[in-house]
Design a protein around this ligand. Structure first.
Ligand code: GLU
Length: 265
């Protein structure tokens, strides 16, 4: 396994909640176990997690589907989500830190520098930063460029701004397929992507879990952002056993997107 890699791992709502809508602690437990193995092998890990709204839905019945309901659910669920991560990481004597970000934070020079300093300090201290969008203030009504839109794009931004070597987006399908595996029978997993072409973008479709917001289009966009700046990127099934370890051991898992641009470090 490659040593001293900085890896951003994004975990989608669909991985964390399945069809029930309630957070599946077993998934987080396994994710934590794999993450700890990567930490022990010398990697630095930043987790970008969704699931705050899903976790909130499991805690309280808030009737309504408006933005403010979702924001309220996220603020209830975020605490619950972090408690679960903390519970399983502390079994391995690892500390976690909550990092809530908005697009504005990373676009603003001095706020971004502050976030970078915080992140570097956490990583050097062996703490696992767990990032989510600050849903309370990141609202849909703002112009599109003011919000990440979903955590796929947030995870790519985090990988770029915090100098990651690798981005892994974990979802509930095998990887990038020629048609969306949830809706078709003729599914073909693409194991390696050298260039994100228009044809590939057409393949992405618009499907996604009802609890997540991304779908394949935003995952592909995240892959494009990362690989164009020299970061190797993956889309893989977060429910598959040892998927993270397989990726790091260079074994076949999910879809690998080869870096195109040069890293600016
Ligand atoms: N920040 C949202 C949450 O934690 C998730 C956004 C997304 O699904 O990508 O629920």
């Amino acid at each position: 396994m490659d040593k001293e890699k900085r890896i951003v791992i994004k975990v989608g709502t669909a991985v964390l909640t399945g069809t029930s809508g309630v957070i599946n602690e077993g998934v987080i437990k396994k994710l934590v176990e794999s993450t700890v193995k990567l930490l022990e092998s010398g990697c630095q890990i930043i987790i970008v997690t969704s699931g705050a709204i899903g976790a909130g839905m499991g805690r309280i019945k808030l009737y309504g589907h408006s933005l403010r309901h979702k924001q309220a659910l996220a603020s209830i669920g975020q605490l619950h989500l972090m408690n679960i991560y903390d519970k399983y990481f502390s079994r391995h004597k690892r500390l976690v830190a909550q990092v809530l970000l908005t697009k504005d934070d990373l676009d603003n020079h001095s706020r971004c520098i502050n976030a970078k300093h915080t992140m570097e300090t956490l990583l050097k201290s062996g703490v696992v930063p767990i990032v989510n969008e600050n849903d309370t203030v990141a609202v849909d009504e703002l112009p599109k460029d003011k919000k990440f839109g979903d955590n796929d794009i947030l995870s790519a931004e985090v990988a770029l701004k915090f100098d990651a070597d690798m981005l892994i987006i974990l979802t509930d399908v095998e990887g990038f397929c020629t048609i969306d595996p949830r809706f078709g029978k003729e599914v073909k997993l693409i194991k390696e992507v050298r260039a994100i072409t228009g044809d590939l973008e057409k393949c992405a479709g618009r499907a996604g879990s009802q609890r997540g917001t991304g779908g394949m289009i935003s995952k592909l966009q995240a892959m494009k952002m990362a690989t164009s700046k020299g970061i190797v990127a993956y889309i893989a099934n977060g429910r598959k056993k040892d998927v993270l370890l397989k990726i790091l051991e260079g074994k076949s898992a999910g879809t690998k997107f080869l870096p195109r641009g040069k890293k600016s470090r």
